[in-house]
Design a protein around this ligand. Structure first.
Ligand code: TYM
Length: 331
């Protein structure tokens, strides 16, 4: 059985990017071939300026949306990172294996640190060590595959490097994981700024489709997407990023290939209209299930409690083995 692990950070309302790049694929993991864990990584949300009540609210909302996306909690382990101490325990050991230089080279660290400094704020130390905690999330569960969007592949590469280095220095302890990205929509772009990723922590509302946006709001956002003044509908990520983004979203929602789909359209208006409807249809069942789940918050809490218990049992042997291997005296 392949072991799959992935996570989502409760720093904002989940977006279409999160859904197409990650959540939807998590629900599609074949239950006969893989054993899977999905985590709301709340400790990661503390790495930037945060409001405690909002993180709590967004954590429950993210967990509810994971279930609404179709994850069956009877077959999948769905839990919250801070409920399982093994993540923080292992993160420290991995900080002792990682170097300052490799942490500073992470693109997301550079971008987020620059953003914090630009706002006149200071950079939390945990933002720098973030990838060690993320590696701990992955390595604690003997993970083979990590389904993520393109923006997370560098972090998963680092988790690989740390696993290999630890095993080499202290004896075989960790499975070496690999990232898997979707064929299309691995990087859904902001509809108003197609050179930037559609990110849930960004402020630019009109360029971001949220999973819980009403159909009318989705339509408006897609119809107002920035394109270009070029002729014809052509799939070219470099030269025509806005149109390429719409074609990718449409292909991801309907199935098919963005390049092939481009041939079916003579105008941007028709492409936008079909893309808007395809997004509305993809989100509809998720929103319906979300509404049902919200009516029964005790159910979601119960799933998270049971998930944490199961996750703890799974992580403890590997984390204990890492403690012994690195030279710590058994308790
Ligand atoms: P996060 O919370 O930013 O995003 C969750 C997942 O959604 C994907 N994603 C996207 N995919 C396509 N297009 C987009 N515009 C887009 N935006 C986000 C992300 O790639 C991710 O798969 N560091 C991680 C959370 C994390 C994690 C882990 C993931 C912590 N520990 C262990 C995997 C394994 C993050 O911030 O994802």
């Amino acid at each position: 059985m392949t072991r799959v692990f992935s996570g989502v950070k409760p720093t904002g309302h989940l977006t279409l990017g999160n859904y197409l790049g990650a959540l939807r694929r998590w629900a599609e993991v074949d239950q006969h071939q893989a054993d899977a864990l999905f985590c709301v990584v709340d400790l990661h949300a503390l790495t930037v300026d945060h409001d405690p009540a909002r993180v709590r609210r967004l954590s429950r909302q993210a967990a509810t949306l994971l279930l609404a996306s179709g994850l069956d909690p009877k077959r999948r382990t769905v839990f919250v990172q801070s409920h399982v101490d093994e993540h923080a325990r292992l993160s420290y050991l991995l900080e002792c294996v990682a170097t300052d230089g490799e942490m500073r080279r992470m693109i997301q660290y550079k971008e987020k640190a620059a953003r914090e400094q630009g706002r006149g704020g200071s950079v939390r130390l945990s933002l720098l060590t973030y990838p060690a905690l993320m590696a701990a999330d992955i390595l604690a569960y003997d993970t083979d595959e990590v389904p993520v969007g393109e923006d997370q592949t560098q972090h998963v590469e680092l988790a690989r490097d740390l696993a290999v280095r630890f095993n080499h220095r202290y004896g075989h302890t960790f499975v070496v994981p690999r990232a898997t990205a979707p064929k299309v929509a691995a990087r859904v772009m902001n509809l108003q700024d197609p050179m930037s990723k559609m990110g849930k922590s960004d402020d630019s509302g009109p360029g971001i489709v949220y999973l819980l946006d009403e159909p009318e709001v989705v339509r408006k956002k897609v119809m107002r997407a920035v394109t270009d003044s070029g002729q014809g509908v052509v799939y070219d990520r470099e030269e025509r990023p806005g149109v390429a983004n719409l074609l990718e979203i449409l292909a991801a929602c309907e199935g098919g290939d963005p390049e092939a789909l481009s041939g079916a359209y003579a105008s941007y208006g028709a492409l936008k209209k079909d893309t808007a409807e395809a997004v509305v249809e993809v989100l509809r069942p998720v929103q319906e299930r979300h509404r049902e789940l919200c009516a029964d918050p005790g159910y979601v809490d119960g799933v998270l409690r049971a998930g944490a218990e199961k996750a703890r049992e799974m992580a403890r042997p590997t984390v204990d083995a890492a403690y012994r291997a690195i030279g710590l005296l058994p308790a």
